[in-house]
Write a protein that binds this ligand. Sequence first.
Ligand code: NAD
Length: 419
Amino acid sequence: MAELEKINSFDMAKKQVDIASKYLNLAPGFVENLKVTKRELIVHFPVKMDDGNIRVFTGYRVQHNVSRGPAKGGIRYHPDVDLDDVRALAMWMTWKSAVVNIPFGGAKGGVQCNPKEMSLREIENMTRRFTWEISMMLGPEKDIPAPDVYTNPQVMAWIMDTFSILKGYSVPGVVTGKPIELGGSLGRFEATGRGVVITALETLKYLKRSIEGTKVVIQGCGNVGGVAARHFNRLGAKVIAISDSQKGIYNEKGLDVSRILDYKAKNQCLVCEEKEATEITNQELLELDCDILVPAAVENQITEKNAPRIKAKIIAEGANGPTTPEADEILNDKGIFIVPDILANAGGVTVSYFEWVQNLQELIWSEEEVLDRLTRIMQRSFKEVLDLSLSKKIPMRTAALVLGIGRVAEATRLRGIYP
Ligand code: NAD
């Protein structure tokens, strides 16, 4: 695991707003308003555990901004979740929805827990009680959760069921990333990983390079990292390293991605079975010589400490907030092309939007239709960010923030300040 110094993600997110604001003509009070969250709820709640004891958990739901539409953002189950993490992740959701120009605001939620040490029944009890605790903030027109780290379609099904019981009728549009049987969208599970790959392909096109034989390193092999790895592999790239929270596996000649991921899915651990593969740490993995590095795990992985040693030519950020602003400067000086998180991983919220639209209109789109719309939105957004980056001579991250924050600021200006 990468040695994590505790960096405050919310401070980092606010710093990014300051950097982008220099390129936007906004009144200081306006900028201050964008740097605070709209609504925050902290809940402490009891859950019956399998041994008969009661454990108290702490959970959060934060809405950052709803100027452009209902609040939207995942729910994370992780021991390190705290209020500032959730605030930062909610803010990034606001900018992300605006970058891909879909009518959502930004939110995030989380429960401080270690789901790896809990039974399925305990996770279900905790999910249902947490949903009840935050239910006053949720609803298809208000705030729509989705999966994030260590939550999945089953957790979304329990949230949808609990919320529906409270209402007295089925409300599929209250969450996205649901199982297909409950109104989930075809293509949603793959959407974030697919989106990362689409933006990496656009980068290669811009840099006049081919995907064939491109060396890819992926940190994290969950929803985002796993799907991206399989898709890169299918397109002819060589995935030379992949990791989970414990360790990484490296083979310079390319890994048998499907075999590794199938084993991980069955046995919950990465195993190095290939003769020429070796085990490495997450820290070593980030510093491997490769063409494309995809951090797809958690925040603050690339800091000023390891940025000087990063050798990738392109970084496509599957995770939210994997790179600190200090590291950004170092990577930019080194000429590394960064596809920032609020662009690279926006495929998830884009197909979540498709799922929500299908739920509200009681429609079912085909997988081809979903992938085709996703591809067009990701390619258009990439071009808009790249054009802004080239015309203003600013890094891709600053350009994405200028585009996203600019759209949110314009929506706020048009709505006006009440009263
Ligand atoms: P996941 O739970 O499916 O997978 C997380 C992966 O990260 C696992 O392989 C886990 O072993 C690994 N991991 C956890 N802690 C780690 C650590 N300290 N060091 C190295 N690896 C670690 O989660 P996910 O949905 O794939 O989310 C991954 C990232 O992508 C998060 O930053 C999340 O916010 C972001 N994201 C997810 C989606 C989505 O649709 N799921 C959308 C946008 C962004």
